[in-house]
Design a protein around this ligand. Structure first.
Ligand code: AMP
Length: 584
């Protein structure tokens, strides 16, 4: 079998894995790949839906025409500052209009957004920025942590970082160490729209559609997050498939509450809305203001991540319910009560299973209620292929049996970026991605639906943010007082899961929560990864093959958290103060 040349060969070389020729041809034939740069696709919508609203937030609103002009200008401004197509740009900003402008501005300039999070700190940013060779850094000012100062620190002595772009900051007139600092609000604002458009058209004409359009991050299963390259040829189409599955049109007003820069935000919110001329109602995770904005804007559709399942159950949901006609639930099992509450009298409710590596399954509009309640639907592309494998093997299991969900398709990656060794175990010999999720295919009225049944990968899903267990354990044992560590998920009514660390001390003296937190803080670890409960043991329990028995630890913390468990009798548990909880 021949392989298509690796995408973006010029800059990334063999750090990207190409698609085999036969599959590339198939995806082109079926129209699920489009050989055009993503900014051209956006431009089509800008021209077609010029006077319609493209994005609205609590404080700002922009039409498609205005979005087109302003992002052209930002792109031209970025090029004027000396950034060159292909340069990666880190994003640490929340759900604001300027985040959207910066995202499209970068893509129009041929730059490659890197979907880091506002909650990331030196441990994560230091690693990722070097892994991709980041050149620019978009940071939001005014958050509880000073990201502008942080960006200056990160660029000092960094091999490639040399430009900082601020959102919401007062310009100081100073430069970044060894580079430039500019505000997204004013960047390129004095460039004539026609000239900015010409510059963008010239950059886009030189883009290879097989090149990387954005880097997303994987929750991963080992060490620090892996980098996911998403390509021009597939990324916009992935979002369009989602919008079509939900039958969106220009009248749709789709609310998004979870981080817009995440793959779910980009593919199910931003790009999906703009691929069909819909309006993105860009809210934040804070339910009160988010629901007020949805009510004001009469949002018709919303994706509810499991961090917001409780909000649907609560009384505030009544404010937004009258206008909503579609609710998509995602991230965790859906109870019949939640489903019924979301449906109310007149709403369509379905589910989404998605991941930054690619595959999306969504309930089809026509699926019967039972299938929408019990399963996460069917893949959005006809070319998506799913196999349920006996874990650790390549043997396919029959429908109804639970095994590892493996997938291959037009918008599922063929390899992580620059990860030859890891890719060997992350994919089957014929290129199916091993998701680490446990699932079964179930037949309902002759249609095969996917049902998610658990996971093999060792991570904690804290309100949608994935926390890699091994990464946190390594950070914990780097404290001189900690001999051994195992972190597990503990159930949480709001976030779904939080992290509990089981620890063994070096000399029998447990550290306090404050000591553990200050250790992780000193290492620059994002707060959402900090354990929120500590349990000290003389030794960690082992399975009969000598591995740490995490199943037992999970059961232990569940039992301890049970309402009738009573207070801790041995005095070994320490729970976090709100400091750790405010980390996200
Ligand atoms: P991310 O790449 O951050 O979007 O995370 C993808 C992972 O989130 C999947 O591999 C699953 O482990 C989990 N996930 C996504 N959707 C669902 C769902 N509907 N039910 C259960 N887990 C989900």
């Amino acid at each position: 079998m021949t392989m298509a040349p690796p995408a973006g060969r010029s800059r990334w070389g063999d750090r990207l894995v190409g698609y085999p020729d036969d599959r590339a041809q198939r995806y082109r034939r079926s129209g699920v790949w489009t050989d055009r740069p993503l900014a051209d696709r956006l431009q089509e919508s800008v021209e077609r839906f010029a006077d319609r609203r493209a994005v609205v937030t609590d404080v700002a609103s922009i039409t498609y025409a205005e979005l087109g002009v302003r992002t052209d200008q930002i792109a031209a401004g970025l090029l004027d500052l000396g950034l060159t197509p292909g340069d990666p740009v880190l994003f640490q900003s929340t759900n604001r209009m300027e985040t959207v402008l910066a995202w499209y501005g970068c893509i129009k300039a041929g730059l490659v957004p890197v979907a880091t999070l506002a909650a990331h700190r030196g441990h994560e940013i230091g690693h990722i920025s070097r892994a991709v060779g980041a050149v620019g850094h978009v940071v939001e000012a005014g958050l509880s942590f000073d990201l502008v100062d942080f960006a200056r620190d990160q660029s000092a002595g960094h091999p490639t970082l040399r430009a900082i772009f601020t959102i919401g900051a007062t310009p100081t007139g100073e430069d970044a160490p060894g580079g430039v600092i500019a505000a997204i609000e004013t960047l390129g604002a004095d460039i004539a729209p026609a000239s900015a458009r010409e510059r963008v058209v010239a950059v886009q004409a030189a883009i290879d559609p097989m090149d990387v359009v954005a880097f997303q991050l994987s929750g991963g299963t080992t060490g620090v997050p892996k980098v996911i390259p998403r390509l021009h040829v597939e990324y916009w189409d992935n979002a369009l498939l989602y919008a079509r599955r939900l039958q969106w049109d220009p009248e749709t007003r789709v609310a998004h509450l979870i981080p817009i820069i995440h793959n779910a935000g980009i593919s199910c919110g931003l790009h999906a809305a703009h691929s069909v001329g819909a309006c993105l109602v860009l809210a934040t995770a804070d339910v009160g203001p988010a629901f007020r904005l949805m009510e004001r804007e009469r949002a018709t559709d919303v994706l509810i991540g499991h961090g917001h399942y409780q909000a649907v159950a609560g009384p505030e949901f009544d404010r937004v319910a009258p206008h909503l006609r579609t609710i998509v639930l995602s991230g965790a099992k859906v109870s019949p009560e939640l489903f019924a509450r979301a449906c109310g009298e007149h709403r369509w409710v379905g589910q989404l299973f998605g991941m930054s590596e690619g595959l999306f399954t969504v309930s089809p509009r026509s699926a019967p209620r039972g299938a929408r309640l019990m399963t996460v639907g069917t893949p959005v592309a006809g070319d998506d292929e799913i196999r349920i494998l006996d874990p650790g093997t390549e043997s396919e299991l029959a429908d109804g049996s639970v095994g590892e969900l493996c997938c291959r398709g037009p918008y599922t990656i063929r390899g992580y970026f620059d990860a030859t060794e890891h890719n060997r175990s992350a994919f089957t010999s014929d290129g199916f991605y091993r998701t680490g999720d446990l699932a079964a295919m179930v037949d309902i009225d002759g249609v095969r639906y996917l049902s998610i049944e658990g996971r093999i990968k060792d991570l904690i899903n804290r309100g949608g943010e994935k926390i890699n267990a091994e990464e946190v354990e390594q950070l914990l044992v780097s404290h001189p007082g900690v001999a051994n560590a195992a972190v597990v998920a503990m159930p949480d009514p709001r976030l779904g899961e939080r992290t509990c660390a089981y620890l063994v001390s070096v000399d029998g003296t447990p550290l306090t929560m404050a000591q553990v937190q200050s250790h992780l803080d000193a290492l620059g670890v994002a707060k959402f990864k900090w354990p929120e409960r500590l349990e000290w043991l003389p030794a960690l329990p082992q399975t009969n093959v000598g591995k740490i028995d995490k199943k037992r630890l999970r059961a232990d913390v569940v039992a301890k958290l049970a309402p009738d468990a009573g207070p801790d009798v041995d005095g070994t548990a320490t729970t976090a103060s709100t400091a750790a909880r405010s980390g996200t």
